[in-house]
Design a binder for this molecule. Structure first.
Ligand code: CTP
Length: 438
C-alpha cells in the first residue's frame, strides 16, 4: 500500500470547502484532449482544499501535458503504465482505484467514454476504471459533433445507467472554432461536483457477500444497518391462469432499495412480480401474493428500517380453484374475497423486534393527506409517504413522483422529482431520523 501524497498548506485567501473534500483521496484519470490543461488546474484546486490527488494519465494525455507537471502539482508520481513492474510492486492497479474515495475522469474523451461504456481494460486508466469499487465522476470534453453523435450519447446513457456521475460538458467555443456543447466543465465546477459526490456514499454495492475482503465493512451512513423493503404489486391467484393484480411497477420501491444499498445498508428487497431488474447489491426475494410477501418479510426480519412500498393486494379469493375455471351455462362465476394480512401493520406492531423505523406508502386517488394521516394512525407506523395516483398523474409506471411525507407531527410536501431522487432524499431523511432515535 503506497502512501498518498501530502497536501499543500492552504492559501490564506482561499477557504476550505467542506470537511469531506479536505480528507478525501481522489484518483484522477486524465484523458488525451486539448482540455487536459484544465486537469492541472483541477489538481491545484483540489490540493488547495486539502484533497489528495493521485494521477493516472493515458498515453494520449501525455501528448497534451507532461507527467512531470501533473507530478509536481499532485506531489506524487504519475501512473501511466499497466505493465510497470515497479508500480505493481508498490501499488497494484487494483489498489490504485480502490484506495481512493472517488475516481474522477477529466477530461473524458469520446474514446475514453466508449471504452468505459464497453468495459475495455487495455491500458492502466481503463483497467483502474473497471477494477474500481468506488463511484466515478466524469467531465467529458470533445468536439460538439463527437458529443452529439448517437454513439457517444449511447455510451453516456449506458454509463449513467451504470451509476457513473457526470459534470458538464459546457456550451462554448471549442478549440476547433465551432460553438456548442463539448467544453470540459471549469475546474471549480468539477470540484463542486466532486464535493457533491463525496457527500453521498461513493462505494459501489456488490451482490451480498461478494467482493468484500474479510473484516472490511461497508461504508456510508447506513453501514451496519438492515433495511427491509417491499416493492411491486402482488398477484392474488384466482385459478392456475388468472389473478387479481394492480398497476404497481415497482420502480419506486426498487429505487428505495438501491438508495439504501448505496448508503451502505444491508438491504433485503421483497418484490412482487415486476418487469424491472433487481437493484445491484441487494438481496432480492421474489414472491407472488400477499401471504408469501408477509412470510418473506418475517423470514428476513429483524430490520432497523422497514419500508412498505409494495402495493399489496387487499383481498384474495376465498377458494382458489386448482383447475382453470371454465365458462359454462351457469354464467360468470362469483368470486368470494377474503382480506389479506396487512404486512405494514403486522411489522409495526409493538414488539422487541419492531424495526426502529417503520415507513408506509399511501397511494390515494383523493384526500391524499387525510387518508395518509388515517393510515399512519391505523397502521402505527412512523412515517407515511403519500402520493396521488389519480388518473392523469402518471405515477403508476411513470418515472416521476410528487410525494408528501406525513408524520404524527407534520406534513412535508416535496415537488415532483424522479423516483430515484425521491428514493435518495427519503433515505437521507430516514438516516437523520434514525440518528435522532438511536
Ligand atoms: N400494506 C401492507 N399490506 C397490505 C396492504 C397494504 O403492507 N395488505 C401497506 C402498503 O405496502 C403501504 C400501506 O400499507 O405501505 C398502505 O397501502 P394501501 O394499499 O394504500 O392501504 P390499505 O390499507 O390497503 O388502504 P386502502 O386500500 O383502503 O386505501
Amino acid at each position: 500500500m503506497a502512501v498518498w501524497p501530502a497536501v499543500f498548506a492552504l492559501n490564506g485567501d482561499e477557504s476550505m470547502t467542506g470537511t469531506s473534500l479536505s480528507t478525501s483521496r481522489i484518483l484522477l484519470v486524465i484523458g488525451g484532449g486539448i482540455a487536459a490543461y484544465k486537469a492541472l488546474e483541477l489538481i491545484r484546486r483540489l490540493r488547495e482544499r486539502g484533497a489528495r490527488t493521485r494521477v493516472v494519465m493515458t498515453s494520449a494525455a501525455k501528448q497534451f501535458i507532461t507527467p512531470l507537471s501533473a507530478a509536481a502539482l499532485s506531489g506524487d508520481k504519475v501512473y501511466d503504465d499497466l505493465f510497470s513492474l515497479t508500480d505493481e510492486a508498490e501499488m497494484g492497479h487494483i489498489e490504485l482505484s480502490r484506495e481512493a474515495d472517488l475516481v474522477v475522469v477529466a477530461p473524458a474523451t469520446a474514446d475514453l467514454l466508449a471504452r468505459m461504456a464497453n468495459g475495455l481494460a487495455d491500458d492502466l486508466a481503463t483497467t483502474a476504471l473497471l477494477a474500481t469499487d468506488k463511484k466515478t465522476l466524469v467531465a467529458p470534453a470533445m468536439n460538439l459533433r463527437m458529443w452529439l453523435h448517437p454513439a457517444t450519447q449511447r455510451n453516456v446513457a449506458a454509463l449513467r445507467q451504470d451509476g457513473v456521475l457526470f459534470v458538464g460538458p459546457d456550451d462554448g467555443e471549442m478549440a476547433c472554432g465551432e460553438y456548442g456543447p463539448g467544453r470540459m466543465a471549469e475546474p471549480l465546477a468539477v470540484v463542486a461536483a466532486i464535493e457533491a459526490a463525496l457527500a453521498k456514499s461513493t462505494s459501489l454495492a456488490l451482490p451480498a457477500g461478494v467482493g468484500r475482503v474479510s473484516g472490511e465493512r461497508a461504508s456510508g451512513p447506513l453501514a451496519g444497518r438492515h433495511v427491509l423493503v417491499t416493492s411491486g404489486p402482488t398477484h392474488e391467484p384466482i385459478d392456475p391462469v388468472r389473478f387479481i393484480g394492480n398497476r404497481s411497477s415497482g420502480l419506486q420501491g426498487h429505487a428505495i432499495a438501491q438508495a439504501a444499498a448505496d448508503a451502505g445498508a444491508r438491504v433485503t428487497l421483497v418484490s412482487g412480480p415486476v418487469c424491472i431488474p433487481d437493484p445491484k447489491g441487494v438481496e432480492a426475494v421474489h414472491v407472488e401474493d400477499a401471504r408469501a410477501m408477509l412470510a418473506a418479510v418475517q423470514a428476513a426480519s429483524p430490520a432497523d428500517i422497514f419500508i412498505g412500498a409494495a402495493a399489496v393486494g387487499d383481498w384474495r379469493v376465498a377458494h382458489f380453484g386448482a383447475q382453470k375455471i371454465k365458462k359454462g351455462a351457469a354464467g360468470p362465476p362469483t368470486l368470494a374475497l377474503v382480506e389479506n394480512p396487512d404486512i405494514l401493520a403486522t411489522i409495526s406492531r409493538k414488539s422487541p423486534a419492531r424495526p426502529t423505523l417503520v415507513v408506509g406508502f399511501a397511494a390515494e386517488t383523493e384526500h391524499v393527506i387525510d387518508n395518509a394521516r388515517d393510515k399512519l394512525r391505523r397502521k402505527r407506523c412512523d412515517l407515511i409517504v403519500a402520493n396521488s395516483v389519480a388518473e392523469g398523474t402518471g405515477t403508476f409506471g411513470g418515472s416521476a413522483n410528487a410525494v408528501h411525507l406525513v408524520t404524527a407531527a407534520a406534513v412535508e410536501s416535496w415537488p415532483e422529482m424522479s423516483k430515484q431522487e425521491v428514493a435518495e432524499r427519503l433515505i437521507e431523511r430516514l438516516v437523520a431520523i434514525l440518528k435522532d432515535k438511536t
